[in-house]
Design a protein around this ligand. Structure first.
Ligand code: AGP
Length: 608
């Protein structure tokens, strides 16, 4: 999500910035820009679209200088357009930013009251104004940035350049990545190592709450609180390809590990912990709208459909509104009964899936209100919907959806809490307790990810299987479906997901000692029933792999047990899916398949 590059050296920097941004393309973006200091002035060039568009602008209207900053923007606040592309300039100050400024609404209001004019819809422009104001009060650039950081809340990596000083770039980091590159008479900064490797293999990773100033001579690092930081550079030995994947073997594995961050970003600034309500702005569903909803219809495909099943379950449980989840590819071909009073929720990672788009359009034409739950700003489904709830998972490169799925689960859980509170079916105390646990989930997910080595050894044990079953009940039934989909799409092992109670109605016939049966057994309201289903599998010698939060549960039943942290029932899927993603990843990798681009599949399915 967004890429930052900064350069202070002796060479013409525009081509260096452009090349650095090219190395960050994998992060996803929809516009780009640079600001270069020519010794007197700051020259900004920006363009919507791909880097070739920025390259064309620079070819027509070149900039010269040896200090500059650059940015690829993945839209979060404001459409992907030239006016919203970074750098943003206020007075003498140019800023690029990766992340989200949570308190941007109140800060913008106050800046406008002080007579500041805004030229974009972004939260970032606030930073440029604040730094500019602070320098006008006489603060040096480094101190002006420090003052600004004390006011803004949220996630950021920023790089700031001032017309008053071509010799330095000031940087700061909190919850978004930033790394410095150390060269001979040259210093760089970037969102990720690949952008630096052409100039330096010695890098310094900034930590949250730190700021830095880079000049040709080196870096000065301090905490925002003013404590000097001494940190030696580390030598990068990865190949460029490895570096783009953050050292992970595949994008999918990287994205699985990015899930705690994706969740934090999806929750950030949205949930009002006190009353359990979401900021209605972007969704357009206030309390009265929520009360007027007669029925909710989810439309989605593939993994997003599994998230929709989760949403349906929670909406019924918490908001007491009838809800159905429909495969978008089927919905529009059966003359559906849908219209006024229906809230149709189109769930899609890409926001471009042809089936989901067409089904949502059909429902809109029939009078339903459309809410898009998508990950890509300005995507087709977001554009046609009445309101949008964005998942902030960042770009997902692996064809198999992982972090977008958990971000969808999180967004739909927030929505269910919001609708429950608005409709008066969820009490304030229960909502607060649920939200209090919700914000712990990223941390618990990190704990679940620590079990990756154990999951790899389980994967090794089922490496040569031809088939696998996944079982779960209640909220875990959608996770069973998703676990099976993950395994089949990247490892080409035939896998089926079932609600546990369905076993005896057919699939049990498949079970013998060669059949791995992955059983979701969190301590929830369906545990006892699930344990009976597992007994049925064991009685046929099935090879049980139990996903538990309490190891004693499956002690005598399972061949392998994989433990995840315990949480409340509504949030369990956010943790139990993690070992299933890892299991499919390791089976696929050990079988030597093309994990990130499995055969026959595309990341965005724009055909029906
Ligand atoms: C997920 O692993 C799959 N690649 C696929 O099922 C995907 O979820 C489906 O095509 C829907 O895509 P969307 O979320 O972009 O609409």
């Amino acid at each position: 999500m967004c890429g930052i590059i900064g350069y202070v050296g002796t060479e013409e920097c525009a081509p260096i910035l452009l090349e650095g941004l090219r190395r960050l393309e994998y992060r996803g973006y929809d516009s780009a820009g640079v600001a270069v200091h020519d010794g007197r002035e700051l020259n900004v060039r920006r363009a919507a679209g791909k880097l070739t568009a920025l390259g064309d602008v620079l070819a027509r209207d070149p900039v010269h200088g040896t200090t500059g900053i650059g940015h690829t923007r993945w839209a979060t606040h404001g459409k992907p357009a030239e006016r919203n592309a970074h750098p943003h300039v206020s007075g003498d100050i140019a800023v690029v930013h990766n992340g989200i400024i949570e308190n941007h609404v109140e800060l913008k209001r106050s800046l406008k009251e002080q007579g500041r004019e805004f030229h974009s819809d972004t939260d970032t422009e606030i930073v440029a104004h604040l730094v500019d104001l602070a320098t006008q009060r006489g603060l040096d650039l480094f101190e002006a940035v420090r003052e600004t950081l004390k006011v803004i809340r949220g996630a950021y990596a920023i790089a700031v350049l001032s017309r008053a000083d071509s010799s330095r770039i000031v940087l700061a980091k909190n919850a978004s990545p930033l790394v410095l590159g150390v060269g001979e008479g040259v210093m760089l900064a970037a969102s990720d190592v690949p952008a630096l490797l052409a100039h330096s293999r010695d890098v310094i990773f900034l930590e949250d709450g730190e700021m830095a100033e880079i000049t040709r001579k080196g870096a000065r690092i301090e905490t925002v609180a003013g404590v000097a930081v001494e940190r030696a550079a580390v030598r990068i030995t990865w190949s460029l390809m490895q570096a783009e994947r953050g050292g992970y073997k595949h994008f999918m594995l990287k994205e699985v590990h990015e899930q705690p961050r994706a969740l934090e970003d999806t929750l950030r600034g949205r949930v009002l912990l006190e009353d359990g309500l979401l900021e209605p702005g972007e969704m357009g569903i206030g309390v009265d709208d929520a009360k007027a909803i007669k029925r909710v219809v989810f439309l989605a495909c593939g993994t997003s459909f599994h998230a929709a099943l989760h949403g349906r379950y929670l909406l019924e449980a918490l908001a007491r509104v009838p809800a159905v989840a429909e495969l978008a590819s089927e919905f529009r071909y059966r003359d559906p009964v849908v219209g006024e009073g229906d809230l149709v929720i189109a769930v899609s990672q890409s926001g471009e899936t042809a089936d989901t788009l067409a089904a949502a359009k059909e429902a809109k034409e029939r009078g339903a209100r459309i809410l898009a739950v998508v990950n890509v700003q300005g995507s087709a489904i977001a554009r046609m919907a009445h309101g949008t709830l964005y998942t902030h998972a960042g770009p997902e490169i692996g064809v198999a959806s992982t972090k977008c799925f958990t971000a969808q689960l999180a967004a739909l859980t927030m929505l269910a809490i919001h609708l429950g509170r608005s409709r008066g079916t969820l009490g304030a105390e229960k909502a607060r307790a649920l939200l209090g646990e919700f914000v712990q989930i990223p941390h618990k997910m990190r704990t679940a990810l620590e079990g990756a080595k154990h999951v790899e050894s389980v994967a090794r044990s089922i490496l040569h299987t031809r088939d696998a079953l996944f079982l779960g009940r209640g909220l875990s039934s959608a996770i069973a479906l998703e676990g099976a989909l993950k395994l089949k799409e990247i490892s080409y092992v035939h896998a089926e997901g079932y609600a546990g109670g369905e076993m005896k109605h057919g699939p049990l016939a498949l079970v013998d000692r060669d059949m791995p049966v992955v059983c979701l057994l969190p301590s929830d309201s369906t545990l006892e029933k699930m344990l009976s289903n597992v007994q049925e599998v064991r009685a046929r010698d099935g090879n049980v792999i139990a996903i538990v939060d309490d190891e004693s549960v499956a002690k005598d039943l399972a061949t392998y047990t994989i433990k995840v942290p315990a949480t409340v029932e509504a949030l369990t899927p956010l943790l139990t899916i993690v070992p299933l993603q890892l299991l499919s990843y390791y089976v696929a990798d050990l079988r030597g398949t093309d994990v990130d681009q499995p055969r026959n599949l595309a990341k965005t399915v724009t055909v029906e």
